[in-house]
Design a protein around this ligand. Structure first.
Ligand SMILES: [Zn+2]
Length: 335
């Protein structure tokens, strides 16, 4: 059985499967790619041929135009596809809709490229699946023991309590447009919040796609079609940058909220002028990361973008070989 590092390599374009002759989430334009999910730092424009879940392909077309990838091969979760002697399948990563772990098997050697992932339940996407393998490639965005994300429902209750206390103010909530915004909406609906939720145009577009893909989000309205009075006492969701620019001046005395894993760091919340920080993350926290590196039972863990050292140290204490993959080009924008 070939060792994983002999057939999967880090190149300047990103992670490359040598026998398969394709890249995984390449950071430059390539001829053949497998893309784990639709966020901008993983799904880049211009590739010749792409394998991804049907949902990721839809997201890419919406974000980057219908012809952004010349040919696409949609691969549903759990289906197999053989390419240049490499078995490929995609399994849920629990990060955003359509997000996938890529399972590659070559001559009996199995590697799982997890992409971005989280373990907790999310009403807007399929739950992460544990796949045993010979090498597991993990992200490390929140890989420090201080990062422990609280229960999402508790965070949503904080928002609802603030709404009750402040019926005369608009709650302006910053949330990344793909994934986080829809998850917050779905969590609000689970908490039986039934008012219409008002959206910035960039969020509206993604919500329309989620609805088309079968995720119920309740009544949504566009901010541009509402007047100031309509918005009093309501929730408005916008991309984080919009809550700080000219666009936000249309609201009188809004309460700025922000849903992000980084909100655990109070200083970050303060710097951004966030009055109501909500710790809701689409990435695994420390407990989820350490649970995962044990559960996949891989003798080798490769750690990518983030805080690699602590997770490598943890794996080593469990007798697992671990090393950092120095890959550049992945951002922390969709926390
Ligand atoms: Zn992502």
């Amino acid at each position: 059985m070939p060792k994983p590092e002999t057939w999967l390599k880090v190149t300047s374009n990103g992670l490359f499967c040598v026998p398969g002759d394709f890249y995984l989430d390449p950071i430059k334009t390539v001829s053949k790619a497998i893309v784990t999910h639709g966020h901008a730092d993983h799904a880049r424009p211009g590739h010749e041929a792409v394998i991804a879940t049907p949902e990721t392909i839809e997201i890419a077309k919406m974000r980057m135009g219908i012809n952004t990838w010349k040919t696409t091969q949609p691969l549903k979760y759990g289906r197999n596809f053989k390419f240049n002697g490499v078995d490929i399948s995609l399994e849920p990563a629990g990060h955003v809709i359509g997000s996938a772990q890529v399972v590659l098997t070559y001559k009996g050697s199995r590697v799982v490229v997890s992409g971005d992932y989280k373990r907790r339940q999310d009403p807007t996407c399929d739950q992460f699946k544990v796949i045993q393998c010979d090498a597991f490639i993990t992200e490390a965005t929140f890989a420090l023991p201080v990062f422990r994300h609280p229960d999402d429902h508790t965070e949503i209750k904080k928002l609802l309590a603030s709404l009750k206390r402040n019926p005369d103010r608009t709650h302006l909530l910053g949330a990344y447009a793909l994934g986080k915004a829809q998850r917050v909406i779905a969590l609000l609906r689970e908490a039986e919040y039934q008012n219409p939720i008002f959206l910035h145009g960039a969020i509206n577009k993604v919500c329309d796609l989620y609805k088309k893909l079968g995720v119920p989000l309740g009544e949504l309205k566009s901010v541009s079609q509402a007047n100031k009075k309509d918005l009093t006492g309501q929730i408005v969701i916008a991309p984080p940058s919009a809550t700080r620019d000219r666009w936000s001046r249309r609201f009188t005395n809004p309460i700025i909220c922000f849903a992000s894993g980084w909100m655990q760091i109070r200083q970050r919340a303060r710097q951004r002028g966030v009055e109501l920080p909500l710790i809701i993350s689409d990435h695994a926290d420390w407990d989820e990361l350490t649970q995962t590196v044990v559960e996949v039972e891989a003798p080798d863990i490769w750690v990518t973008h983030g805080r690699e050292e602590a997770l490598i140290h943890y794996a080593e204490t469990k007798g697992i070989r671990a090393r950092a993959l120095s890959m550049i080009g992945y951002e922390e924008q969709h926390e």
